[in-house]
Each structure stands twice: as structure tokens, then as C-alpha cells.
Design a protein around this ligand. Structure first.
Ligand code: XMP
Length: 327
């Protein structure tokens, strides 16, 4: 078993399915040895890293893994259902689904400062996870989807946004089977483990989810409009062959309305902002030069299908000066 926080110089880069397979076999043996007949807990968001950790652990210790999927109400359309389908239905995992939507949205009501929103979401997440951890008997290990960039860029995005941790009496021994892998290697391992492509190759999604795309104080109706417009955007990107080509794309809705016209009457509704960017490391980003016809189709669908929306705008700002997210 490899220890420490430096990727061993002898570790070959996982560039083929065969190398992914031998990594999986080695890890499964190590995890079996480390965990024995004990239980291990994992917060399973459905993101690439936690999903690959879950699939590895299911292969190694089966139902001794307890996956906790917290639905904070800020997930994209269809995500909780997909986690349940893949892990509970197909992989027969021990999955605890926690509907914490009201808890999160009640805590966030009226809070407009982006950093405060992130703190509330992070702290509430820990609290919900802690409650679920306390309900479980005999947990000795905590699995995490830490990957190598999280370690080497400890001032980087993921580490920077992490809020707090579990209380002292819940400090389990850590299990971090992906900690020396780069993202492309994690994806290769996930693919080899049989995870669906839309999970393995999906675009980055921030921990606070749609919470930082429903700008200002979150309201349920505006959050729904963000979720629905994002779903349309993703469908149309896939239809246009842009999925997997554009690094990150999403919609955001500001907390102001504008005048429009619908059915010969004045409307007073929100605008939807489309953002589609390309980057290598998220430190700088350029704008996807969108095809006009694709943008028009997305616009037509959003104004026809999403409630309380009367405009669609495309954000042309690179990073810098904009950040990728709007909050
Ligand atoms: P920015 O907006 O800073 O985003 O240019 C860079 C990358 O980081 C993601 N991001 C986050 N990820 N928690 C996360 O896990 C967050 O609070 C957060 N904020 C931004 C963003 O989606 C982009 O990929």
C-alpha cells in the first residue's frame, strides 16, 4: 500500500484500460486488507471522484460501504435519480438517500452574500452527514474522493472551498484510493469500473451546486428556473455534439427582473445568463465561440419552456476579468 502525500515516481500513468484494470485490482486488494470486515462511510455526491471511489469500494467490500447521498436541493435536474439508479439499482450498493432540500433552502432564505451562502451550504452539509454517520453502527473508516491535484494544489479550488469537517468523536480513519491520480486517470478507472459515460466524463460542478448560480438570495421558483434552463442547455449541447468538447457550460439567473412582452402583454421576469467556457486549469478561461443556430435554439426553448423567464443572454467575458461562476 502506498502512503504519504507524494505520488511515487515509480507509479505508471494510467493511460489504457489494461493499466486501469491493474490499478483497480491492486486497490481492491489493498482496500480489502485495510478495511477487513469493518464498515466504511462515503459522502456520494454523484460527481466523478466520489462515484469512482464508491465503485471501487463496492467492488472491494460490497455492502460494508455505506454511501450517503445528500440532496441539498441544489443539484442539477435528474442527478439524485441517477445516483440512485446507478448505485442502488445497478450496483446494489448500500445507499442512504437523504432528502435535506427544505433544511438547506430554509437556512439559505434571505442570504445574498456568495461567501455566506457557500459557508451555510458547507456547514449544513457537514451537519447532515454527521447526523447520518451517527445513525450508522460500527463505522471505522471514512472514504474520500481526494485526487492528486487536490493535494498538490492545496490552495486550489476544492480545498479552498471546503468548509469545516466532522467533529472529533467522528474522526474515522481515512480511505483515499484515488489520492495519487490525475483527473484523466480517475475517468479511465471509472470507465473500467463500468460507470456510465455521463458520470465519468461530466463537466465540473461546484459543491454548492446551483446555489451559486441562483444569484443573490435563493428563492425556490428562481432555483427551479435555473435547474430547468440548465437541463435544456445540457440537452442542446449534447444534441449539437458539444458535450465533452466544451469544458464547462451552465446557466445562471440574477436576482433582478426586467420588462418584456409575452402574448401582447407586458411581462416582468428574470433573464437567464448562458455561460460556456474553455480552460485547462480553471485559473483562466476563454469563451466558447458558440454556433449562432445552437444559441438561438437554446434561447427559443428556454423562453418557451422555463417559467418566469423573459430574456436569454450569452456571457462573452473571459476569465479574467470574469470568474467562471457568477458568484
Ligand atoms: P471560478 O468561478 O472561481 O471557478 O472561476 C473555477 C472553477 O471552480 C468551480 N467552483 C467551485 N467548485 N465549490 C466547488 O467545488 C465552489 O464553491 C466553487 N466555486 C467555483 C467552478 O465551477 C469552476 O469550475
Amino acid at each position: 500500500m502506498v502512503t504519504g502525500n507524494v505520488r511515487p515516481g515509480t507509479m505508471e500513468r494510467i493511460t489504457t484500460p489494461a493499466l486501469a484494470e491493474s490499478f483497480i485490482n491492486e486497490q481492491v486488494a489493498d482496500l480489502k486488507a485495510q478495511i477487513g470486515s469493518k464498515k466504511v462511510l462515503l459522502a456520494l455526491s454523484g460527481g466523478v471522484d466520489s462515484s469512482v471511489v464508491a465503485a471501487l469500494l463496492i467492488k472491494a467490500v460490497g455492502k460494508q460501504l455505506v454511501c450517503v447521498h445528500v440532496n441539498h436541493g441544489l443539484l442539477r435536474k435528474g442527478e439524485p435519480e441517477e445516483v440512485i439508479r446507478v448505485f442502488r439499482d445497478e450496483m446494489d450498493a448500500n445507499l442512504v438517500y437523504v432528502d435535506a432540500i427544505d433544511r438547506f433552502l430554509d437556512k439559505l432564505a434571505g442570504i445574498s452574500d456568495p461567501e455566506q451562502k457557500r459557508k451555510i451550504i458547507g456547514a449544513e452539509f457537514i451537519r447532515v452527514f454527521e447526523e447520518e454517520a451517527r445513525k450508522q453502527e460500527g463505522i471505522e473508516f471514512l472514504a474520500q474522493g481526494t485526487i492528486y491535484p487536490d493535494i498538490i494544489e492545496s490552495a486550489g479550488v476544492k480545498a479552498h472551498h471546503n468548509v469545516g469537517g466532522l467533529p472529533e468523536d467522528l474522526k474515522f480513519e481515512l480511505v483515499e484510493p484515488l489520492k495519487f491520480l490525475y483527473k484523466d486517470e480517475v475517468r479511465m478507472v471509472g470507465k473500467q469500473l463500468g460507470l456510465p459515460d455521463n458520470m465519468v466524463y461530466r463537466q465540473p460542478f461546484p459543491g454548492p451546486g446551483l446555489g451559486v448560480r441562483c444569484l443573490g438570495a435563493i428563492t425556490r421558483d428562481r432555483l427551479e428556473a435555473v435547474r430547468e434552463s440548465d437541463a435544456i442547455l445540457r440537452q442542446e449541447f449534447a444534441a449539437a455534439g458539444l458535450e465533452g468538447k466544451v469544458w464547462q457550460y451552465f446557466t445562471a439567473i440574477p436576482d433582478f427582473k426586467s420588462v418584456g412582452v409575452r402574448n401582447n402583454a407586458r411581462s416582468w421576469d428574470w433573464p437567464v445568463i448562458i455561460r460556456a467556457v474553455n480552460t485547462k486549469d480553471a485559473m483562466t478561461a476563454t469563451i466558447e465561440p458558440m454556433d449562432w443556430a445552437v444559441l438561438n435554439k437554446i434561447t427559443a426553448r428556454i423562453i418557451a419552456e422555463v417559467k418566469n423567464v423573459n430574456r436569454v443572454v450569452y456571457d462573452l467575458t473571459p476569465k479574467p476579468t470574469g470568474t467562471i461562476e457568477w458568484e
